[in-house]
Write a protein that binds this ligand. Structure first.
Ligand SMILES: Nc1ncnc2c1ncn2[C@@H]1O[C@H](COP(=O)(O)OP(=O)(O)OP(=O)(O)O)[C@@H](O)[C@H]1O
Ligand SMILES: [Mg+2]
Length: 460
């Protein structure tokens, strides 16, 4: 790691150089801003340490110039001993990483240089993601070339650096979680945790402690103090997935947190301050969820300051070729296969499908095809839909679980058979299966079984 030390006082430079060398850093020195600019144009500098008052070009001018060019490396400003207030003000004003008090000591030097360098690496990752987005129409894992997905990339880029809450809506499997992760990755919070909470998977009794945490002994089973998701996401991003499934009473509590970002652990005496960015998602239409009393309207307005709506895959089939190419590459890496492409007829067939399960379903179909083809080109014959065991309502004992099925398929078959048996009564089915109703709900969604059970539900 190379440091650039800029100071007109040669004794001071010498001092920092010795310390830095002792810590294993390499050092380049400059007497003023002009020299520093020359060095920066040829050498790769991890962290810049600069004095402010210097003849020719001073530290301020240097920093402003580099900022304007967008090439300011992570920077520490040297400040006189005993002027902390001024130093902090300078850091804020200049937007540099931090200050280093004179005379510099080894411990502060190491700590601050390491942190500044880590910060710099994150910044360049963000920069790289942004560049990728503009150049290749891809954002991290997300690909797409349709106008609608490009608009979404644009929105993500605009909203990511802000602290605004973002509500992401769209059918199941359209990529809501990917969008949330992209917003986090492109934000200043990217070096801090991204914590996702699935509000549908948590029973009402647990969700409050999951979000707020609890103190030891605050309820039966609270054997020790536990941090909640809000606390775990400190400085980072909290993603509330399936927000409309959160019990309405809990929504009211959440709203209060969003008002002043203060909360208490369950059983806690002290108020804690939360520094989190809130992203949320639902596959319901928010207006309908409000009308049905599932989502509080005031919470919706809080969460949806910025709203990103993901279109279903069938409305953007022009994304299928690039999606297929990207997914085939990832699936090859996962399965060690050597598939190179998908032929026209197969692609045409895929374009004509309804894709109720959206990209998740598309990925599953491709995964099977990649495995079946193994190498070469995917053709129509590889696009068989998974054979689902046929189950008649009267013959649950015919449940056909045989070698050749994946565990997921066997689980799906068992869930279907149990639902048939209970006349689609999910509470009973869950109890027979030995899982909670919430877990069943999650599994039904995961396997896109919701659509098929709809007719039975009316007969319930
Ligand atoms: N634009 C995209 N490019 C590549 N892969 C994508 C894209 N969008 C989604 N995927 C993939 O599709 C799958 C589903 O995405 P994700 O989990 O984000 O959907 P979701 O909207 O959160 O679904 P659900 O409502 O069921 O939770 C994931 O495997 C994800 O990687
Ligand atoms: Mg999701």
């Amino acid at each position: 790691m190379r440091l650039l030390v800029i100071d007109d006082d040669s004794a001071e430079r010498q001092h920092v150089r010795m310390l830095a060398a002792g810590l294993g850093f390499e050092v380049t020195e400059a007497e003023n801003g002009v020299q520093a600019l020359e060095i920066l144009s040829t050498e790769s500098i991890s962290v810049m340490i600069t004095d402010l008052r210097m003849p020719q070009m001073d530290g301020l001018e240097l920093i402003h110039k580099l900022k304007a060019e967008g090439t300011l490396p992570p920077t520490l400003v040297l400040t006189a001993y005993g002027s902390i207030d001024l130093a902090v003000a300078t850091v804020h004003e200049l937007g540099v990483f931090w200050f280093l008090e004179k005379p510099v000591d080894a411990q502060s030097l190491r700590l601050l240089v390491d942190r500044a360098a880590a910060h710099g690496r994150l910044q360049s990752e963000v920069h790289e993601l942004r560049r990728e987005l503009t150049l290749h129409g891809a954002l991290g894992e997300m690909v797409g070339q349709s106008e609608s997905i490009r608009n979404i990339f644009g929105m993500i880029r605009q909203v990511a650096p802000t602290t605004a809450p973002v509500l992401i809506t769209g059918e199941s499997g359209t990529g809501k979680e990917l969008v949330a992760r992209a917003v986090h990755a492109l934000s200043k919070r990217s070096g801090y945790p991204f914590v996702a909470v699935n509000c549908a998977a948590l029973p009402e009794t647990l969700i409050e402690s999951e979000l707020f945490g609890h103190e030891k002994g605050s309820f039966t089973g609270a054997v020790e103090r536990r941090a909640g998701c809000i606390e775990m996401a400190e400085c980072g991003t909290l993603f509330l997935d399936e927000i409309a499934e959160m019990p309405v009473s809990m929504q009211a509590k959440l709203l209060r947190v969003l008002e002043d970002f203060r909360y208490r652990r369950i059983g806690g005496k002290h108020e804690l301050k939360a520094d989190v960015r809130i992203l949320s998602a639902t596959n319901r239409n928010p207006k309908n969820a409000i009308a049905e009393g599932k989502l509080r309207e005031d919470l919706f307005y809080r969460l949806g300051v910025f709203h990103i709506e993901l279109p279903p895959l069938r409305e953007r089939v022009s994304d299928l070729p690039v999606l297929a190419a990207a997914l085939i590459e990832r699936l090859n890496a996962k399965h060690g296969t050597k598939v190179v492409d998908i032929d026209r007829a197969a692609l045409a067939q895929l374009k004509s499908r309804g894709w109720e399960g959206n990209i998740r379903e598309f990925r599953n179909v491709l995964e099977r095809a990649v495995i079946l083809a193994g190498e070469g080109v995917i053709a129509e014959e590889h696009l068989t839909t998974p054979q689902r065991p046929v189950l008649k309502p009267t013959a649950q004992s015919d449940l056909d679980i045989h070698v050749g099925l994946t565990i997921d398929e066997a689980e799906q078959a068992l869930i279907r058979a149990t639902l048939l048996h209970t006349g689609n009564n999910k509470t009973r089915a869950a109890s027979i299966l030995g899982i909670s109703a919430k877990t069943l709900h999650v599994k039904l969604k995961q396997y896109s079984l919701e659509a098929e059970e709809a007719p039975a539900q009316t007969a319930q």
